[in-house]
Write a protein that binds this ligand. Structure first.
Ligand SMILES: [Zn+2]
Length: 139
């Protein structure tokens, strides 16, 4: 629990939220923006700032609930697809209590969430340099 954290206040019940799922470790509630109908946030009850700070046990507890919430949204609204997003650090992250966005998608929903295909700009050596840079941090 962090005193000035809005998600900790929601977990504690000090701020109301439209809760869709809760157990001893996580809470899922509607994102107040409702960027699309059913846009839901999944948070751990324990305050952790972002993904970098999660222990493997924290991550397991949080991410293992994703399929359940995803299925619930799919059954409720029959979207054409579902984006699952986790933003880390400014300017991407706006609330510094780790959270996973589950965003159902609908035809012409106006959301712009996509990946770009830049493989034309990459040669084998570029892939290798990127691979090596990441792998060195993991070894
Ligand atoms: Zn918090």
């Amino acid at each position: 629990m962090k005193e000035d954290c809005i998600f900790c206040k929601i977990v504690k019940g000090d701020i109301p939220a439209f809760k869709v799922y809760e157990d001893e470790q996580v809470l899922a509630f509607l994102d107040i923006t409702q960027g699309t109908r059913g846009h839901t946030l999944l948070v751990p009850k324990k305050h952790v700032e972002n993904t970098y700070g999660l222990t493997e046990e924290d991550a397991a507890a949080l991410f293992k609930r994703v399929p359940k919430i995803a299925r619930g949204i799919k059954e409720a609204f029959d979207p054409i697809g579902l984006n699952i997003i986790n933003n880390n650090d400014e300017p991407l992250q706006s609330v510094f209590h780790v959270h996973i966005h589950l965003i159902p998608r609908y035809p012409s929903d106006g959301m712009v969430l996509t990946t770009l295909d830049r493989q034309d700009e990459y040669g084998k050596e570029d892939y290798e340099a990127v691979r090596k840079a990441i792998k060195e941090q993991l070894d």
